[in-house]
Design a protein around this ligand. Structure first.
Ligand SMILES: Cc1ncc(COP(=O)(O)O)c(C=O)c1O
Length: 408
């Protein structure tokens, strides 16, 4: 009864989203996982469908989620320590597995210290809360992930304390760096490592070249922050991410354990001082339960695997399949954004055709993400494909085969 009026208002708002084409489709539900067999990589079954699907829309780039060693690690610690932490970190919810994962991930990205969070999303929010003050000026890429945009709002960054540069436009970034408003004593340049809808990366080396000379001129310096959620584990020669690929170290690295590393949770790695500020001031770290010990144990094992011979082989296979897919798209005369990352966007540039292709792929057992107007501007309609290390050569050929039906 009390909800009647609110229900009506919310239903009306949902209808408007529907009319504007911005409503989320109902979620598909995975009900079965079929392990790889011979030429076939893993397949998934969805509720209400008989088909076995290839996931070309998963962020699990190294395909570690079903790794027996990770499952065993999660199992073992759960049996001993339980499945939940019982309290937040400050109230004796810190287990040895949290501390160990923090040490391991800091080492992995070559930083002195790290803190883990429930997700990369809450990590970015926490970092902004920890380092922002009234005299902080934020400069970001226009295509930054929603968590960076939201972090500015949550940290109450006023409009005058931020600037947004065109995607990867170093000229515009330089202009903003040269016109930092008076009174700004701390400057943060923040960007995604890999832009998740495009698969291209931030030129961290070039960005650092622009920010470094300004450090002495700003009271608290000019720092670079990368959210490398799609890079960590999947990019660079040993999977260190966009910093390895571009050969430059940003000051702060944020990442997720929930994509290439196949588990869940986020982290921030930087100096001891930045990490202590996070521990003291990041509400999304302080006032919420941490990851379970099972997540931590699985993530520790994922880092070990990523750094082993097996990890290198997975990464190499991922590169080969990505190359195969990208070359296949080129051979079909279709348009993409070049680069070695396993996010491969197919630029269709028409809403109706995008829907038709996504539906056909679904009929043929391929799950992908279609982005159409108004979610993307007219003319930028795209289908995002994501390759992972469990895809076989035959899987990629099978997807290309469906796409060949749409060759002009
Ligand atoms: C750039 C970027 N940052 C953060 C996230 C969120 O990661 P998590 O699922 O760990 O919160 C995503 C995932 O979509 C992402 O693409």
């Amino acid at each position: 009864m009390a909800l009647d009026k609110l229900n009506k208002a919310l239903a009306k708002e949902a209808d408007s989203l529907q009319e504007e084409g911005r409503a989320k489709a109902p979620e598909r539900i995975i009900v079965d996982y079929i392990p790889p067999q011979g030429q076939k990589g893993p397949r998934y079954k969805l509720k209400g469908a008989n088909t076995e699907f290839i996931r070309m829309n998963s962020n699990s780039y190294l395909s570690l989620s079903n790794h027996p060693k990770m499952i065993e690690a999660a199992d073992q610690v759960s049996k001993k320590f339980g499945v939940g932490p019982g309290a937040v970190r400050f109230i004796d919810g810190t287990f040895q597995h949290h501390a160990e994962l923090e040490e391991r991930i800091a080492m992995f990205v070559d930083k002195p210290a790290a803190k883990i969070f429930n997700s990369a999303y809450t990590t970015v929010l926490g970092l902004a809360l920890a380092i922002n003050n009234k005299e902080t000026y934020w400069i970001g890429d226009e295509l930054n992930h929603n968590c960076i945009i939201r972090s500015m709002r949550i940290a109450n960054v006023p409009q005058d304390n931020k600037a947004i540069y065109k995607h990867n436009d170093l000229g515009e970034l330089k202009m903003y760096l040269q016109s930092i408003p008076d009174g700004m004593n701390r400057v943060v340049v923040i960007f995604d490592g890999i832009f998740s809808m495009r698969g291209d990366c931030a030129p961290i080396n070039e960005i650092v070249k622009l920010t470094d000379p300004l450090v002495p001129k700003v009271k608290d310096g000019v720092i670079t922050v990368v959210d490398d959620s799609h890079g960590i584990g999947a990019y660079g020669e040993t999977g260190r991410g966009t910093s390895e690929f571009t050969g430059a170290q940003p000051d702060v690295i944020i990442g997720t354990f929930g994509k290439a590393l196949g588990v869940n949770g986020g982290f921030v790695a930087s100096s001891e001082e930045v990490i202590e500020a996070v521990r003291q001031k990041a509400d999304t770290y302080i006032y919420t339960n941490p990851l379970s010990v099972a997540d931590c144990a699985a993530a520790i094992r994922a880092l070990e695997i990523a750094d082993s011979r097996e990890g290198r082989e997975r990464l190499q296979h991922l590169h080969q399949r990505t190359k195969q897919f990208r070359e296949g798209i080129d051979a079909l005369g279709m348009e993409s954004i070049p680069g070695p990352h396993p996010v491969v966007p197919l630029l269709v540039r028409e809403t109706a055709k995008t829907h038709k292709m996504v539906n056909r792929l679904y009929e043929k057992g391929v799950l992908v993400v279609g982005l159409t107007y108004p979610v993307v501007p007219k003319g930028d309609e795209t289908i995002r494909f994501q390759i992972n290390a469990a895809h076989t050569k035959a899987d990629v050929d099978c997807v290309l085969d469906v796409l060949s039906e749409f060759r002009d």
